[in-house]
Design a binder for this molecule. Structure first.
Ligand SMILES: NC(=O)c1ccc[n+]([C@@H]2O[C@H](COP(=O)([O-])OP(=O)(O)OC[C@H]3O[C@@H](n4cnc5c(N)ncnc54)[C@H](OP(=O)(O)O)[C@@H]3O)[C@@H](O)[C@H]2O)c1
Length: 285
C-alpha cells in the first residue's frame, strides 16, 4: 500500500493552486496549503492551512516540516513580481527532506524557476500551461449584465487548458516517480477561437451571447481603464495578436501523465454555467 505523502502547495488560494490542492486531496495525500492570510483562504475541509510568505522564505520553515513534495509559484505580491527568494526556499526545502518540486511557469524569466532547475538534489518538474480556461470568467460581468463579450483579435486560436488538468499533472509529478527534470507543456484537447468559446458558454447557459470585436486601440483603452500596467497590456497584445505556436498547438501531456484525456472547454463551461447566468431569453423555447 502506498504511504500517504505530505505536500506543501504554495499559491494554494489561486486559480491553479486550488486545483493542485483538490487533486492531491482526491488522491488521498496530506495537503498543507500556504497563504499569507489563513482567515481568507477558504480551502476545503481536510486541508492544513498554514501562514507564510514566499518573499520571506524563513517564514516557510514550519510549513515545510515533514513535507515530501512542494508546489511553487514564481511570483509574489501585486502584478506577479518575480520572486528572488528561490535559492533560500530550495535550501530550506532540501533541509526539510523535500524530494519532489513542481513549479508553475510564469511565462517569462524567473529567478525562482532558475533556482529550481539548478537544483540537482530534488526531482523538479516545470509546469508550462497555456491559456487557462478560467480566464473566461473575466467575461462573466459583461455576459450577465449585457449579454455580450467585447474582445480584440477574435480569430486567434488557443489550445486553452482546464486548470483542473494543471492540478492533476502537478499532483502526479509531486507524488510519483518518473517526472524529474521534465518540462511539461500542458494544453487542452482542442483549438478554439474566441467565437468558439463564446458559443460554448452560450450553449452551457442556454442563452445567446453577442461577440463584439474590439480594435486593438479600443482594447488598450479598456485595459488602461481597468488599471492594467503598460507592461501587462503589452504582454496581452503580443499574446493575442501573435499567439506563440506553443499556445495554439495541442499536446497530449495531460493524458500521458494522468492517464485521462484533457478536459474540454464544454466541460469547463458546464461546470461554470452559473457564473454566466443572466435573465436573457433562452436560445431554445
Ligand atoms: N492566466 C493564464 O492564462 C496563465 C497561463 C499560463 C501561466 N500563467 C501563470 O500562472 C500564474 C498565476 O497563477 P494563478 O492564476 O493560479 O494565480 P492567482 O489566482 O493570481 O493566485 C495568486 C496566488 O499567489 C499567492 N501569493 C501571491 N504572493 C504571495 C507571496 N508573497 N507569498 C505566498 N503566496 C503568495 C496568493 O496567495 P495568498 O494571497 O493566499 O497569500 C494566491 O494563492 C502566473 O505566474 C501566470 O503567469 C497564467
Amino acid at each position: 500500500m502506498t504511504q500517504t505523502q505530505r505536500i506543501l502547495v504554495t499559491g494554494a488560494t489561486g486559480t491553479v493552486g486550488r486545483q493542485v490542492v483538490a487533486e492531491l486531496l482526491a488522491r488521498g495525500d496530506a495537503v498543507r496549503a500556504l497563504t499569507r492570510d489563513p482567515a481568507r483562504a477558504a480551502l476545503p475541509d481536510g486541508v492544513e492551512v498554514v501562514q507564510g510568505d514566499l518573499a520571506e522564505p524563513d517564514s516557510l520553515i514550519p510549513a515545510l516540516e515533514g513535507v515530501t513534495g512542494l508546489h511553487l509559484i514564481t511570483f509574489g505580491g501585486a502584478y506577479f513580481a518575480p520572486l528572488e527568494t528561490g535559492p533560500r526556499i530550495l535550501e530550506l526545502a532540501r533541509a526539510a527532506g523535500v524530494r519532489r518540486v513542481t513549479v508553475l511557469h510564469g511565462g517569462g524569466p524567473s529567478p525562482l524557476e532558475d533556482a529550481v532547475r539548478a537544483d540537482d538534489d530534488v526531482d523538479w518538474t516545470v509546469l508550462m500551461p497555456v491559456e487557462f480556461m478560467a480566464n473566461c470568467l473575466e467575461w462573466a460581468d459583461g455576459i450577465v449584465t449585457s449579454g455580450e463579450v467585447r474582445e480584440p483579435f477574435v480569430s486567434r486560436l488557443s489550445a486553452m487548458v482546464h486548470e483542473g488538468d494543471i492540478g492533476a499533472v502537478a499532483a502526479v509529478a509531486l507524488t510519483e516517480e518518473g517526472h524529474g527534470g521534465q518540462e511539461y507543456v500542458i494544453t487542452g484537447p482542442e483549438l478554439l477561437t474566441v467565437g468558439d468559446k463564446v458559443a460554448t458558454i452560450a450553449a452551457a447557459r442556454d442563452r445567446e451571447i453577442a461577440l463584439v470585436e474590439l480594435s486593438e486601440e479600443h482594447a488598450i483603452v479598456r485595459w488602461r481603464e481597468a488599471g492594467h500596467p503598460e507592461d501587462v497590456i503589452g504582454f496581452l497584445i503580443q499574446a493575442y495578436k501573435n499567439t506563440p505556436e506553443v499556445g495554439r498547438t495541442v499536446v497530449d501531456t495531460v493524458e500521458k501523465v494522468t492517464g485521462y484525456p484533457a478536459r474540454t472547454f464544454a466541460q469547463w463551461a458546464a461546470e461554470h454555467a452559473d457564473a454566466f447566468t443572466a435573465t436573457a431569453p433562452a436560445i431554445k423555447a
